[in-house]
Every structure is written in structure tokens, then in C-alpha cells.
Ligand binder design. Structure first.
Ligand code: PFF
Length: 447
């Protein structure tokens, strides 16, 4: 395979695509309610420390594996070591990406439904919280509608990915990410002017250190990994489309922007929720029940509502694109197949997987695995087990089994100062594996 590998065309394109992967439902849907439930500002501090100490290093690790190997996860480790012993890391990444897509595309579809409902119901006008709860539960357990939206989302992904790395993924991220940033900034500033918004800031930001326990620290770490798209090879795949540039700067910018957008999402949600007396600690249903309740009462709620669900849809789209691309590139590289056929085959398999996830939300069908719906099982298996496991084996590989000289060269040649490399190696060899192991044991309820 002497063919030249496609590369991202510009530095901005690299950042836009990687931030596009990182900023997703995890930032806008999950992060705010986790902060709200776990000590507000205190959790935020812990989260930022996790991003700086672990996330930042892990991004550099994945990117450098991608760049050194110029291959996607399934081949990267064989190319670096010359043997197949580590291919299982890439295989795990492939299956994780596929399973995340299984449930993530369904939620992404919900955001499109709510985007449309924002218009058709005139921003949920006149609906009480009970009606909104009913609305969400009837929709999410229905057999056809959620599936149609999921299919629409799959088609959007196929369109972008079929246009290729530069003209599809890079261009699309370059256009959508600035829009996303402007929309979230506009919403955060507007929320500031709502009546009683102060109470929202207080709930979101005033640090309650009594809530910080080891398990909260570990869930901050788990969330930072999910939010930064680490552990399954998505950043690795994008790293394989880069040959130049300063890896320290790029990783730093990704961490900063991803965290900033998650933080801004809270600045949109909590002042709004408090301004209209809606219960903030609702958890996952916050975006699809509590916020529509806010929009229904807010003057000009229709614009707010459309922009908010547009925001979630864009965030979800650029994240699913990176997951899709990880799957497609892995198969194309490994089996030397045509991109178009691979994309078609993976899309078909995803149609089946997503239909299982959608259907499992209908309690009458009893589609459960280990007592969980297929939807929850995929979420649990990937977020709580496969993602941290991916991070763990990658750090063991790089810290203990890969040539330190080659790794040193790969990082220092691309902007990492010597002192940082020394600290980095201590983290990769000792701290990252131990901490990830703790996170996993905690998530499995064993710690
Ligand atoms: N980072 C995305 C989010 O916060 O929603 C989720 C994600 C995307 C996880 C891509 C993993 C990945 F490879």
C-alpha cells in the first residue's frame, strides 16, 4: 500500500474536525446535568483537573499513534510494532465506535424530532410539564418515528463521509463548528438576561465540596474521556490524517474548546431552568422535558428552542461523523476495500443495530440484555467498560511495550518539550493505567 494517505488540508480543519468529534451530546446533554448533580462548581474544578492531567495527555497519545502509523485503529498497532499482538486494541476500538453509534444515533435523531417539534408546536406552546413528559415518553418508545429520524441522521453521515476526508469531514466541520460556537454563545448571553437567572448560576457554579467523593472524581474522569472522544481510536484516526503541526498545541486547543463548550452549555441550561421554576436535577431528560418546558413559557421561546435543538443536532452530527469514519477507515485500511462499498455495508449494519436500540426502548417488546434495554446496554458497555479499557491498553502499550526512542522522537519532533515528555512518560506508564483501573472498578460497582 504505497498509496499516499489523505491528509487534512489545514490546521483549522484539524482543530474543527477534532473539536467536532469531541463536542457532542456528552457536552450539551450530559455534562450540565452531571455538574448540577455532583457539587456544581466543585465538580467543575475536578473535571478541569482531569482534563488537564489525563485528557490532554491521552489526546496527545492517540494523535501521535495515528500520526506515527498513518493508519486507522485496526492497523495502527501492527504498523508500529510489526506484529499482530496489539491489533485487538484497534478491534476493540472498532466495535466500541460501532456500538456507540448504535445508541448515539438514536438520541441524535431525537434532537432532529425536537427541532421539528419546536416549529410545529410553536415551541411547545401551552404544554404542561406532565404533557411534555408524556410527549417524550410516547415519542421515544414509538416504533416508527424515532427510527425514521435515526435513518435521516445516518443518511446525513453517509453524505458527508462519502465526500471524503478533506471535502466532506473537514469542510463540514469547518462550517458547522463556528456556527455551533456562535449559537451556544448567543444562547448563553441571552440566558443571562432572563429573570432570576442568578439562581441558576448559583446552582450550577457555587462549589459544594461536601459532594466531592472518590466516586464523583472518578465519574469526572470517565466523563472527560467520553467528552474528549478518547479510548476508541477516533482521535487516532484523525491523527492519521495529519503529518505536520505542533501536537501539544493541537491537543491543548481541543481540550480547551471542548471544555469551554460544555461549560457554556451549563450557562444556557441552568439560568433558563431556574428562570421558569423547572426542576434542574432531572438528569438525562433535562434536554427533552425540562428545556421544552422552559421554551414554552419564555418570550421568544421559539427562536431559543430552534437554536438549542439545532445546536444539539450539529454537535451530534460532527461526533457521529468521527465514529463513522473510525469504522469506515478501519475496514478500508485493513481489508483494502473500496470506501463507498464499506460505507454502504456499515450503514446497513447500523440500520439494524439502531433499530434494535430504538425498539428496546419500547417496554412491551422486552428487548433486554442483562436486565438493561439494548440501548442502555450499549451505552453502559461502551462508556463504562470499553472506552476506559481502550485508554488503559493504549497507555500500557505506549508506556511499556513500544520503543521509547521512537515515541520520544514522534512527540518531541512535533513540539513536545523535553521536560514535558519526561512528565508525560511517568503519567503514561504509571498514573494513567492506575487511575483508569480505578475508574473501571468504580463504574463496575467493585470499588
Ligand atoms: N465526544 C462525544 C461527546 O461528547 O458526545 C462522544 C464520542 C464521540 C465519544 C466520538 C467517542 C468518540 F470516539
Amino acid at each position: 500500500m504505497s498509496q499516499q494517505r489523505t491528509q487534512f488540508a489545514s490546521k483549522f480543519g484539524v482543530i474543527a474536525a477534532a473539536v467536532g468529534s469531541a463536542v457532542g451530546l456528552g457536552n450539551i446533554w450530559k455534562f450540565p446535568y452531571i455538574v448540577g448533580q455532583n457539587g456544581g462548581g466543585a465538580f467543575l474544578i475536578v473535571y478541569v483537573v482531569c482534563v488537564l492531567l489525563m485528557g490532554f495527555l491521552a489526546i496527545m497519545t492517540e494523535m501521535s499513534v495515528g500520526r506515527m502509523s498513518q493508519a486507522s485503529p485496526l492497523d495502527a498497532f501492527r504498523k508500529l510494532t510489526g506484529n499482530n499482538r496489539w491489533t485487538f486494541i484497534g478491534a476493540m476500538g472498532f466495535f466500541s465506535a460501532f456500538m456507540i453509534l448504535g445508541f448515539y444515533l438514536v438520541v441524535a435523531g431525537w434532537s432532529l424530532e425536537y427541532l421539528v417539534q419546536s416549529v410545529t408546536t410553536f415551541s411547545f406552546n401551552g404544554m404542561s410539564t406532565e404533557q411534555l413528559e408524556e410527549n417524550f415518553s410516547v415519542f421515544s418508545t414509538a416504533s416508527v418515528r424515532p427510527y425514521i429520524w435515526t435513518v435521516v441522521f445516518i443518511v446525513l453521515n453517509v453524505v458527508v463521509i462519502s465526500m471524503g476526508v478533506q471535502k466532506g469531514i473537514e469542510k463540514c466541520s469547518e462550517i458547522l463548528m463556528p456556527i455551533l460556537f456562535l449559537v451556544i454563545l448567543y444562547l448563553a448571553v441571552s440566558a443571562f438576561f432572563l429573570p432570576n437567572s442568578y439562581a441558576g448560576y448559583e446552582f450550577y457554579l457555587s462549589p459544594d465540596f461536601s459532594k466531592i467523593s472518590p466516586s464523583v472524581v472518578l465519574s469526572a474522569l470517565g466523563q472527560s474521556f467520553f467528552s474528549l472522544s478518547l479510548g476508541i481510536g477516533a482521535i487516532l484516526t484523525y491523527g492519521s490524517y495529519i503529518k505536520e503541526g505542533n501536537i501539544v498545541h493541537t491537543s491543548w486547543q481541543i481540550c480547551l474548546l471542548d471544555t469551554l463548550i460544555a461549560f457554556l452549555a451549563g450557562l444556557v441550561i441552568f439560568p433558563s431552568v431556574f428562570a421558569y421554576g423547572i426542576e434542574p436535577g432531572q438528569g438525562p431528560s433535562l434536554a427533552f422535558i425540562a428545556l421544552p418546558a422552559v421554551f414554552s413559557q419564555m418570550p421568544g421561546g421559539i427562536a431559543f428552542s430552534i437554536l438549542f435543538f439545532l445546536l444539539i443536532s450539529i454537535a451530534a452530527l460532527t461526533s457521529t461523523i468521527s465514529l463513522f469514519e473510525t469504522c469506515v477507515a478501519s475496514i478500508v485500511d485493513h481489508f483494502n476495500l473500496k470506501r463507498g462499498w464499506t460505507l454502504a455495508a456499515i450503514s446497513l449494519l447500523l440500520l439494524l443495530t439502531c433499530s434494535l436500540c430504538c425498539a428496546s426502548l419500547n417496554p412491551a417488546l422486552h428487548l433486554t440484555v442483562f436486565g438493561m434495554t439494548v440501548f442502555d446496554f450499549f451505552d453502559y458497555l461502551t462508556s463504562d467498560i470499553l472506552l476506559p479499557l481502550g485508554g488503559l491498553v493504549m497507555s500500557i502499550f505506549l508506556g511499556w511495550c513500544f520503543s521509547k526512542d521512537k515515541f520520544h522522537k514522534a512527540l518531541t519532533e512535533f513540539g513536545m518539550p523535553e521536560w514535558l515528555f519526561r512528565i508525560y512518560m511517568v503519567f503514561v506508564r504509571f498514573i494513567v493505567p492506575v487511575v483508569i483501573l480505578l475508574v473501571m472498578l468504580q463504574q463496575l460497582g467493585l470499588f
